[in-house]
Write a protein that binds this ligand. Structure first.
Ligand code: AMP
Ligand code: ZN
Length: 480
C-alpha cells in the first residue's frame, strides 16, 4: 500500500516493523459530549484504513484510548478540563459523563459500521504507566518540575515540529480556546506531563504521584496506552488533522525521549468535515450528530457513503443537499444490487481480477472514491450475477456499507410484496421494493374495480419517472 505520511510529507510505501503485522494506534474521543459527524468522519476513514490493511493480508492490532481525563479546553494545556465542563453542564459526576458518552460513541460507531478496535482503553485506567514514563523523563533530564506541575523540556530535543505542512486554519482548531501563557514553562513548546496545580480547584479525578496528588496531561495518555498495548514500535498512528499539533508532536517528543529510539514512522491524518458556516466543533455545543441524522430520516450509512466518496486528505464540506445526493445514490446502488440474482457459480478468474484491481486502486493512498467506483464497475462487469455479488461482497469487507445484507433484505421485501398480491402476479423491474409495492397496489385497485385509484397510482409512478407496462401474468416497470 502507498500511503501519505504526514511525518515525511510524502506518499510512501507502507512498511511495518514486523512483516505482516501492523501495530496501529488511534486517538480516541474526548467523552464529554456526543461525537459530532466531523469526529466520526475521522473514525470512518480510520476504520476503512484498518479494514483495507486486513483485506491486504496484514494482521492488525488496533488500539484506541478514550480521553476521560486531562484534555483541557485548549490543547495548549490551559483552560478548563473538558470532562469537568461536561459534568457541570449536566450536573453529573465526571465518571457518569464518561460512561454515558463512551456508550453513545460506540452506539454511533455501530450505526456507521465502524468496527471497535482490538483494544479500547480509557485514559484513567493507565495512571501507573504514565507515572513510570514521566519518572524516567524526569530522571533523564527531559522533564522538569515547576509551580507544582511536571513539564516536558522541548529544548532537549534535536527537532520538535514535524507536521508543519498542515493548514494553519486546521492547526488553529486545537489551540484556539483560551490560550494563555503559562509562566512555569521554560520554553514556548514545553507541555505538561503531570498537573498538581490546576487552574481550577474542583478537579474531580486525582491520583497520588511522586510529584503530588494530581492528574496526567492529555498527550501522555496516548504514548502510555500505545506503548502498553502496541509495544515499543508503533507502525501507524492516526487522528484528525487538528491532533497533529501539538498533540502528536508532543506524543513523539515524550515517547522517543523515553524509549531512546524512533517510535512511529507513519502518521495518518484525516482532514476535517466542516459545515458551510465553518468548522464543526464539539466545544461550541451546537453540532450535527448521528442521532440527528436518524431523526431526519437518514440511514447513518448514507453518511458513511458520503464520506467514502471523497478523499481523507481533502476538507469535506457538509450540506444537507450533499447528504441527500449521497443517500439517493446509496439507495439506487442497493436496488441495483438487489436486482442481481444470487444464482450460479462464481467465476474465480473474474473475481480475482476485480479483487486485485481494487487492492491496487484503493491502496493508492486509501482512495475510497475509487472503491466506490469499483462497486459500480462490478455491476457492469461482463460476468454472471453470482460473480458480481461475490465481488461486491468482497469490496464491502473494506467499505462496510452492508451492501449484500441490505440488498438481500430489499429482495426479500420485493418477493413478499409480490406474494401478497396472490403469488401469481409477477412484477419485473429494477428491484426497488417501494416501486414494486406501488405497482402491486395498482394491480389490486384494478382487481377491485377501483379504476380511479389505479390511474392515480399510475400517474404517481409516471411523475416519478416510472413507466409501467401490463404483461402476461403481471407487470413490468422501468425508469424512463
Ligand atoms: P475529540 O473527541 O475532540 O478528542 O476528537 C476526536 C477525533 O475527531 C480526533 O481524532 C479529532 O482530530 C477529530 N476531529 C475533530 N474535529 C473534526 C472535524 N471537524 N472533522 C474531522 N475530524 C475531526
Ligand atoms: Zn492521542
Amino acid at each position: 500500500m502507498y500511503l501519505y505520511n504526514s511525518a515525511t510529507h510524502k506518499k510512501e510505501e507502507f512498511k511495518t516493523h514486523t512483516p505482516g503485522r501492523v501495530e496501529m494506534y488511534t486517538c480516541g474521543p474526548t467523552v464529554y459530549h456526543f461525537a459530532h459527524i466531523g469526529n466520526l468522519r475521522s473514525y470512518i476513514m480510520e476504520d476503512v484504513l484498518e479494514k483495507y490493511l486486513r483485506f491486504a493480508g496484514y494482521d492488525v492490532n488496533r488500539v484506541m484510548n478514550i480521553t476521560d481525563v486531562g484534555h483541557l479546553s485548549s490543547d495548549a494545556d490551559t483552560g478548563e478540563d473538558k470532562m469537568l465542563k461536561g459534568a457541570k453542564r449536566e450536573n453529573k459526576t465526571v465518571m457518569d459523563i464518561a460512561k454515558f458518552y463512551t456508550d453513545a460513541f460506540f452506539d454511533d460507531c455501530r450505526k456507521l459500521n465502524i468496527k471497535t478496535p482490538d483494544v479500547v482503553q480509557p485514559a484513567t485506567g493507565c495512571i501507573s504507566e504514565y507515572i513510570q514514563i514521566i519518572s524516567k523523563l524526569v530522571d533523564t533530564g527531559y522533564a522538569y518540575l515547576a509551580g507544582g506541575n511536571v513539564y516536558f523540556d522541548s529544548s532537549k530535543l534535536e527537532r520538535y515540529y514535524i507536521f508543519n505542512d498542515h493548514d494553519e486554519d486546521d492547526l488553529a482548531v486545537g489551540v484556539r480556546e483560551g490560550v494563555e501563557e503559562d509562566s512555569n514553562k521554560r520554553n514556548k513548546n514545553d507541555f505538561v506531563l503531570w498537573f498538581t496545580k490546576s487552574k481550577f480547584e474542583d478537579q474531580a479525578l486525582k491520583w497520588d504521584s511522586p510529584w503530588g496528588v494530581g492528574y496526567p496531561g492529555w498527550h501522555i495518555e496516548c504514548s502510555g496506552i500505545s506503548m502498553k498495548y502496541n509495544g515499543e514500535y508503533l507502525d501507524l498512528h492516526c487522528g484528525g488533522v487538528d491532533n497533529a499539533f501539538p498533540h502528536h508532536t508532543n506524543e513523539i517528543a515524550q515517547s522517543e525521549s523515553y524509549l531512546g529510539h524512533p517510535w512511529c514512522p507513519h502518521w495518518f491524518h484525516v482532514h476535517h468535515l466542516n459545515d458551510p458556516a465553518g468548522k464543526m466543533s464539539k466545544s461550541k455545543g451546537e453540532f450535527l450528530t448521528v442521532s440527528l441524522l436518524e431523526e431526519k430520516g437518514y440511514d447513518p450509512l448514507a453518511y458513511r457513503w458520503f464520506c467514502l466518496q471523497s478523499h481523507y486528505r481533502k476538507t469535506l464540506v457538509f450540506s444537507w443537499e450533499n447528504l441527500d445526493n449521497a443517500a439517493a445514490a446509496y439507495t439506487k446502488l442497493l436496488n441495483r444490487i438487489a436486482a442481481l440474482k444470487p444464482e450460479g457459480n462464481v467465476d474465480q478468474a473474474v473475481f480475482g481480477e476485480y479483487r486485485e484491481k481494487f487492492l491496487q486502486q484503493v491502496g493508492n493512498d486509501l482512495n475510497t472514491s475509487m472503491a466506490v467506483t469499483a462497486v459500480f464497475d462490478a455491476l457492469k462487469a461482463k460476468t454472471n450475477d453470482a460473480t458480481k455479488l461475490a465481488v461486491i461482497g468482497e469490496f464491502d469487507r473494506v467499505l462496510s456499507m452492508s451492501l449484500l445484507e441490505k440488498a438481500a433484505a430489499l429482495r426479500e421485501k420485493a418477493a413478499q410484496a409480490v406474494q401478497s398480491g396472490g403469488g401469481d402476479y409477477v412484477i419485473t423491474g429494477e428491484g426497488d421494493p417501494e416501486i414494486d409495492a406501488k405497482v402491486l397496489a395498482r394491480y389490486e385497485a384494478k382487481k377491485a374495480k377501483n379504476f380511479a385509484e389505479a390511474d392515480r397510482i399510475r400517474d404517481e409512478l409516471k411523475a416519478q419517472g416510472i413507466e409501467v407496462t401490463d404483461v402476461k401474468g403481471g407487470a413490468a416497470w422501468k425508469r424512463v
